[in-house]
Design a protein around this ligand. Sequence first.
Ligand SMILES: [Fe+2]
Ligand SMILES: [Fe+2]
Length: 134
Amino acid sequence: MFIQWSDAYAVGIPAIDNDHKNLVARLNHFFGRAQAGASVEELNSILGNLVGQTAEHFSREEWMLERVDIPDLAAHIAEHRRLTEQLRHFHESYHASDKRRELTVDMADFLSRWLIDHIVGQDVPARGHLRRLT
Ligand SMILES: [Fe+2]
Ligand SMILES: [Fe+2]
């Protein structure tokens, strides 16, 4: 469940890599606190924070992507939107659910998969373009 950072996830742009490492650290923090039996209020606030940090990261990354000529910019941005929606949806259902424990496991699994899949599938392939910014 815990994500181990790997150099294979590096884009080579410090601002982006630091954001990605921070998101991984926050997810791991969420898993760790969930496993330790933290209160719903605490887990909810960690999740809310993750939603905010993810949105900030996406806008920072999109600002950069818009300045280089990547061929699939629209698709990349659409994926950010989709992930943001799913994350918000999870946060809201978590808040409302009486089955929080099952939800936590599903969520942890889903979140770690989407984060790493997006980094490997979209961000890393764009690194040749993004490096022109530095
Ligand atoms: Fe991205
Ligand atoms: Fe990213």
